[in-house]
Design a protein around this ligand. Structure first.
Ligand SMILES: *Cc1c(COP(=O)(O)O)cnc(C)c1O
Length: 514
């Protein structure tokens, strides 16, 4: 979700206010009105920026009476994509597009064209799809040292599934731990323990599957504190989670110590390598200081790895790996009594787009070990370069000890104003909160010649601008206004729900004609 301005705002609010204070503030009529006004203004701003095509591009709130000619439709859509691709093509976007090379994209499009009809639900019709899925899982497992893991522990038999993305992979793992704990230990009120930095997909799993989420603090380098996790566990704990690395600061949790704790207590351990799964094995080979994060550790029982991030496949695939098929069994869904026939499905979705799995397979086979190693080298070298560059900009510092996802902040200038000044220079960075910071997730477009220098020059400029003329960078004004007038997290939550509602608003033709 691209709501950096909202994030920037939210981070400035206290996590929670005393109930009496909140009630008192709500009673002050002046503050209430101010809050309402600012809130409405922000919503209106949000709607304008999220619907840039209103009045510019034909809208279809109803089906056209007769269909449009294909060329006309493509002519409508192509310019929008051309415009929206400019920033990521120039390497000015954090994360989002991980490869971006035109030849690579053209190759994936050809693979898609071959397989657009393929549905993995019908393995009888498309056995090639099942083959691709099995091999994507096997190649991913092998990249994450499954053979070595099996040598260390003969019981290991790494397996998994391809899902629609990191979130589904995480949902599946948490469902597995819940169902296993219910079946094997009779646990009815399960909880999971994870650092505050772990991805919100775990909260989603908690909400969807009725698992209590217990968040624990991180240390001064933003790594999970293992003692805090140990203290937070109880007899209803079903799994621990660590990130390799975590999205906010790009820092790898102490996975060996955490997995050891899980192993000692007999609970599951999930390594969230959604971001790092396709980089860390190569970082290890290149001699970067990374801990072991995979099944070579006896405690690690599942790993999520996103093929659609640094696996460089098209959006819509991820891999969930398990230490043993015993675990994957708890993921499966079957219906034996349906009049529609016997039904079996491995993941959340029913029909599954085989074309996306075919693309993941084709991309992995195209890039190969050497290709991923080279890509990781370029990313990590660019990471080193930009990290040193940021550290040498007076007033900025790097959070934690990251490799290629770099969070930075300042004790001297307001970091969100810096982010805003960077936005004015064409950069799309991500706002972080608790503490306030900004990050850039480096991807292959950033490794193009000149991009790192441009980033560092613009960043130094931006800091200087915020330092010398703080009043003139007007883009953040609404945020500060709102930050001052909306001191309740409940209102931020409401704002986020409004954001989602705004996304679903249809541009009506009458607006267009205005
Ligand atoms: C991206 C990400 C996820 C979630 O993946 P989606 O593909 O967006 O669903 C989970 N964990 C981490 C660390 C991530 O970076």
């Amino acid at each position: 979700m691209k709501t950096d301005r909202l994030l920037a705002l939210a981070s400035r609010l206290p996590k929670r206010l005393h109930q009496p204070t909140e009630r008192l503030i709500r009673k002050l009529p002046g503050i209430r009105t101010l809050m309402e006004e600012e809130y409405q203004k922000l919503l209106a701003d949000m709607e304008t920026s999220l619907h840039p095509y209103r009045g510019q591009v034909p809208a279809f709130p109803t089906l056209p009476e007769t269909g449009l000619p294909p060329d006309e439709i493509l002519a409508l859509m192509a310019p929008l994509q051309e415009q929206e691709s400019q920033r990521w093509q120039a390497g000015q976007v954090s994360g989002a597009v991980y490869h971006g090379d035109p030849e690579h994209i053209a190759f994936m499009n050809r693979v898609y064209a071959l397989h657009s009809q393929m549905n993995l639900l019908h393995a009888d019709l498309w056995p090639s799809g099942a083959k691709y899925e099995a091999e994507v899982v096997a190649m991913t497992a092998s990249m994450l040292h499954s053979q070595e893991a099996q040598r260390l522990d003969p019981d290991v038999q790494v397996c998994g599934s391809v899902t629609s993305g990191g979130t589904e992979s995480i949902l599946m793992a948490m469902k597995v731990y819940r169902d296993r704990a219910r079946a094997e230990k009779g646990i009815k009120n399960p909880n999971m323990v994870l650092p505050v930095t772990a991805h919100p997909a775990f909260d989603k799993a908690g909400q969807y599957f009725g698992i209590e989420v217990r968040r624990t603090p991180v240390d001064e380098r933003f790594r999970a504190r293992v003692e805090a996790m140990a203290q937070t566990m109880d007899k209803n704990t079903i799994a621990l989670v660590g990130s390799a690395p975590g999205y906010p600061h790009g820092v790898i949790d102490p996975i060996p110590e955490m997995a050891q704790l899980a192993w000692e207590r007999g609970v599951g351990f999930h390594t969230d390598a959604c971001l790092g799964g396709f980089v860390i094995p190569w970082a290890e080979a290149l001699g970067y200081p990374v801990p072991v994060i995979d099944f070579r550790l006896p405690g690690v029982t599942s790993i999520s790895v996103d093929t659609h991030k640094y696996g460089y496949a098209a959006k819509g695939t991820s891999v969930i790996l398990y230490r043993h098929p015993r675990l994957r069994r708890y993921q499966y869904f079957t219906a034996t009594d349906w009049p529609g026939g016997l039904y079996a499905s491995p993941t959340m979705t029913g029909s599954r787009p085989g074309a996306l799995v075919a693309i993941a397979w084709a991309v992995m086979v195209k890039i190969g070990r050497k290709g991923y190693l080279d890509a990781a080298r370029r990313l990590l070298e660019t990471g080193d370069r930009i990290r040193e560059g940021i550290e040498s900009i007076p007033g900025l510092f790097i959070l934690g000890d990251p490799l290629w996802i770099l969070a930075f902040s300042s004790h001297e200038v307001n970091i969100y104003q810096v982010m805003d000044a960077m936005t004015q220079r064409g950069w799309n960075l991500n706002g972080l909160q608790f503490p306030p910071a900004v990050h850039i997730a480096l991807t292959l477009p950033h490794t193009q010649p000149g991009v790192a220098d441009r980033f560092l020059n613009d960043l130094a400029d931006a800091v200087q601008e915020v330092r010398t003329q703080p009043a003139t960078s007007g883009g953040m004004a609404p945020i500060y206004g709102l930050a001052a007038s909306v001191p309740f997290r409940g209102m931020v939550d409401d704002l986020l729900r409004n954001y989602l509602d705004v996304l679903y608003k249809v541009d009506t033709p009458s607006r267009m004609e205005k």
